[in-house]
Design a protein around this ligand. Structure first.
Ligand SMILES: Nc1ncnc2c1ncn2[C@@H]1O[C@H](COP(=O)(O)OP(=O)(O)OP(=O)(O)O)[C@@H](O)[C@H]1O
Ligand SMILES: [Mg+2]
Length: 318
């Protein structure tokens, strides 16, 4: 199988700081690959290295078999990049922005206008053809930015946090467009810190934390990593704010304190519940809500990151 992306022990330094710590992964042709991680994990840095926008300090990267460091021009022909910050011109119309991008990407003059019209139509922006970019809503702006990355018909599209800052409706529209582009045969590399987005949109996900990949798999596989886990959702009065109250209990795998509720991930419901009830009783608290449910995507994310922390702690001891 030929891969769309092969990252082999990629490293990036900013001064002395190692932002990406030798990560390896592969993206299959035709898939929607999610690169999921919290703020500062190294997502944008990795994308920038893969696209030839930032120097690779260690390891190697291949895009459709082209070596990114040595064949950057060839790489740029097969990829489209939607950066985390818009790169279009506020004062130009939607149509002119696309035509200009087509020119930048070396699309022959005779095809530029046709391509711009096609893209406006595909992205539901035909009626905004002559509107200045700055007059579009956030959601429509984001659509045009994606359209602009496709002027030269790339095989692989990098989307860096494509739905950040959008409302739910605009998010859904972008997710639908991503699926439609993927159905047309475009491989998608999507970065996000939004667990729901990754689980909903992607065929496969790599979770990155502090410059290292800590888990990889399909949403189903990642769920299975913690499938035996259940979550006890708890609301007590007066509220408990310190997760450590529960984290030491036998059978507890993770604790999340929310606005009103506490979510305790447990791998042995009976043992954990017994201890939890004891703590509540002994602290003279009252149970307002008690629910037992399956772990959701966010629980899984928190648990995987927790496991990683534990791993780092044991490493330091050694
Ligand atoms: N130009 C830079 N100079 C110095 N440090 C940088 C630079 N760019 C990023 N960093 C640091 O490298 C790490 C990775 O940053 P990066 O932007 O790749 O993360 P990210 O996963 O994209 O985060 P976010 O979700 O905030 O976009 C962070 O600790 C960040 O502070
Ligand atoms: Mg980023």
């Amino acid at each position: 199988m030929e891969y769309a992306v092969v990252a082999d022990k990629l490293v990036k330094y900013y001064g002395d700081f190692m932002a990406v710590k030798g990560i390896s992964f592969k993206v299959k042709k035709g898939e929607i690959f999610g690169f999921l991680g919290p703020n500062g994990a190294g997502k944008t840095t990795t994308v920038r290295m893969l696209c030839g926008l930032a120097r690779i300090d260690g390891g190697r990267a291949f895009i459709y078999n082209f070596d990114v460091a040595k064949e950057t021009t060839k790489v740029k022909k097969v990829i489209g990049v939607v950066p985390d910050i818009s790169n279009l011109y506020m004062e130009l119309s939607c149509f002119d922005n696309l035509v200009f991008c087509a020119e930048m990407y070396g699309v022959p003059r005779s095809e530029r206008k046709k391509r711009a019209i096609e893209l406006l139509e595909f992205f539901g922006l035909s009626d905004k053809k002559n509107a200045k970019f700055k007059t579009l809503s956030k959601g429509l702006k984001r659509r045009l930015v994606i359209a602009a990355a496709l002027v030269h018909n790339p095989k692989l599209l990098f989307l860096d946090e494509p739905t950040i800052g959008l409302d739910v409706k605009s998010k859904r529209q972008i997710w639908r467009l991503i699926h439609e582009l993927n159905k047309k045969g475009i491989t998608i590399f999507l970065t996000t810190h939004n667990i729901y987005e990754a689980f909903r949109v992607c065929d496969r996900i790599a979770i990155i934390n502090k410059g290292r990949i800590i888990a990889e798999g399909t949403p189903t596989e990642l769920r299975a990593m913690v499938s035996s886990n259940k979550v006890i959702e708890l609301q007590v009065h007066p509220p408990i704010r310190d997760p450590r109250v529960f984290s030491k209990i036998p059978g507890v795998a993770g604790v999340r304190i929310g606005q009103d509720t506490i979510r305790i991930m447990v791998n042995d419901v009976i043992i954990a519940l017994e201890a939890i009830l004891k703590i509540i009783k002994e602290s003279n608290r009252e149970i307002v809500v008690l629910n037992l449910m399956g772990a959701d995507a966010e629980d899984i994310f928190v648990k995987i990151i927790d496991k990683d922390r534990e791993f780092e702690r044991t490493k330091r001891v050694e």
